[in-house]
Design a binder for this molecule. Structure first.
Ligand code: SAH
Ligand code: SF4
Length: 360
C-alpha cells in the first residue's frame, strides 16, 4: 500500500483508493482535509457563493421511502406558496446581493405545474432585472419541459441520483415506474442536452449503504461530468417507511464525518466544480456547513422560504433554522463563513468553473 501522502497527490482514484480514504480517522483524516482545502484554494479560491433557497411547495406525487414530505405521509401539512410570496423571496435574495436562488419543491407533473414554473421564471426575472441566476430542483420532467424552463431563464438544475447503486436505489424507493433509477439517469441526460448547469448528489449514511457504494457514487459522479454536487448525511424521519431500518444506521456523527470525507475526496477528484455544503450537515453539527466550506465546499444555500411555511418542509427531523427569519440566517452565516476563513462572493452568479471551461 502506498503512503497516504503519496495517494493524496494523485488526481484520480480507484474504488479501492476511495474506500481507503473514506475509512481515514484522526490525523490521517486531517491530512485528507488539508489536501482538499489546498485544492479548493487553488482552483476555486476561498470564496463562497450564496443561493437563496425557496422551498415553494411540499406537495409531492412521489413516495421516496426516506422523505418526510412523501405523498403517503398524511401527517405532513401541505402548502404551496403564492407567486407573490415567491417573487418577494426572490427580491429579498436580490436585495441581499445573493447572485442566485434555488426554487425547490416536491415533484409534480402536468400542464398546470409546467405552466406555473414557466410563468414564475418570467415574473422573477422581471422583478429582479434579469440579474439573478435561477436554479430549479423540481424533480423528473419531460425533456420538452426542461427545455421550456431553460428558455425562460432557468440556468441550473439539481437532481440528485440519491445513490448510484441500482439495487440500493430499489431499497429506497417503491418499485414502480414513478421511481425508476434509469429514468432519473435519463433526466440528467436531458438536462445536459437542454443546456443547464447540471447538479446531482447522493445521501450519505443510508441504511444498507457501504463504503463501496459511496466510492462508486463518487466515480459515477465523476463519470457523469456534472457541474455541481450537493450531498449530505441521510437523516431519518419518523413518519417514513425507511425509519423502520433505523437500527441499520451508523450514528449521526459518523454520517457527518463520512459526508465531510466524501466532499473532500470529490474536491480532489473534480477540482473546479461547485460543491454545496448541504443543510443536512448543519442538522448534525451547528457549524457543519462551515466545516464543509473549510475543506472543499464552495456553495451555501441560505433558506429564504417565508418563516410561516418552513416548519412544513420537513424532509427529515431536526431541520435547522426553521424558526428564524431570513435576515437572521444571513447574519449568522456571514459570521460563520468568515470564521471558516472564506469570503462571501456577493453580487456574483458563481457559475460552475467546470461548466464555464466546457462552454469555451
Ligand atoms: N423533489 C425533488 C426536490 C426536493 S427533495 C427531488 O426529489 O429531486 C431534495 C433532496 O432532499 C432529495 O434529492 C434528497 O437527497 C434530500 N432528502 C430527502 N429526504 C431526505 C432525508 N431523510 N435525509 C436527507 N436528505 C433527504
Ligand atoms: Fe418528493 Fe423529492 Fe421527497 Fe421524493 S425526495 S418524496 S420526489 S420531495
Amino acid at each position: 500500500m502506498i503512503p497516504l501522502t503519496q495517494l493524496l497527490e494523485q488526481d484520480s482514484f480507484s474504488k479501492e483508493d476511495i474506500v481507503r480514504l473514506l475509512q481515514l480517522q484522526a490525523d490521517d483524516m486531517a491530512l485528507l482535509f488539508s489536501k482538499s482545502a489546498e485544492v479548493k484554494q487553488k482552483y476555486v479560491e476561498n470564496r463562497v457563493y450564496f443561493r437563496g433557497l425557496i422551498e415553494f411547495s411540499n406537495i409531492c406525487m412521489k413516495d421516496c421511502l426516506y422523505c418526510g414530505i412523501r405523498k403517503s405521509n398524511k401527517k405532513a401539512v401541505r402548502y404551496n406558496l403564492t407567486d407573490e410570496e415567491i417573487v418577494d423571496a426572490a427580491k429579498f435574495a436580490f436585495d441581499s446581493r445573493y447572485g442566485s436562488i434555488v426554487l425547490q419543491s416536491g415533484e409534480l407533473s402536468g400542464k398546470q405545474f409546467v405552466r406555473r414554473i414557466t410563468s414564475l421564471l418570467d415574473k422573477i426575472h422581471q422583478a429582479t432585472q434579469n440579474k439573478l441566476r435561477i436554479t430549479l430542483s423540481c424533480g423528473e420532467q419531460e425533456k420538452e419541459t426542461y427545455r421550456l424552463w431553460r428558455e425562460h431563464g432557468a440556468h441550473r438544475y439539481l437532481l440528485r441520483i440519491e445513490t448510484a447503486n441500482r439495487e440500493l436505489y430499489g431499497k429506497l424507493h417503491p418499485g414502480n415506474p414513478l421511481h425508476d433509477f434509469d429514468r432519473r439517469v435519463t433526466c440528467l441526460g436531458y438536462l445536459r442536452e437542454t443546456g443547464y448547469q447540471v447538479g446531482t448528489g447522493v445521501m450519505i449514511g443510508l441504511p444498507f449503504q457501504t463504503h463501496g457504494h459511496l466510492a462508486d457514487d463518487l466515480l459515477w459522479i465523476k463519470q457523469m461530468d456534472v457541474d455541481m454536487v450537493g450531498m449530505g448525511p441521510y437523516l431519518e424521519h419518523p413518519d417514513t417507511p425507511l425509519y423502520m431500518d433505523g437500527s441499520k444506521l451508523i450514528p449521526p456523527k459518523e454520517r457527518f464525518d463520512l459526508s465531510l470525507k466524501m466532499i473532500a475526496i470529490l474536491r480532489i477528484m473534480m477540482k473546479d466544480i461547485n460543491i454545496a455544503a448541504s443543510t443536512a450537515l448543519q442538522s448534525v453539527e451547528k457549524m457543519g456547513r462551515e466545516k464543509a466550506i473549510r475543506i472543499g465546499a464552495n456553495v451555501i444555500m441560505p433558506n429564504i422560504t417565508p418563516c410561516s411555511y418552513r416548519d412544513h418542509y420537513k424532509l427529515y427531523e431536526n431541520k435547522p433554522c426553521t424558526d428564524e427569519n431570513p435576515e437572521d440566517c444571513k447574519t449568522c452565516l456571514e459570521f460563520r463563513i468568515r470564521l471558516a476563513g472564506n469570503q462571501i462572493a456577493y453580487d456574483e452568479w458563481g457559475d460552475s468553473k467546470h461548466w464555464k471551461s466546457k462552454e469555451v
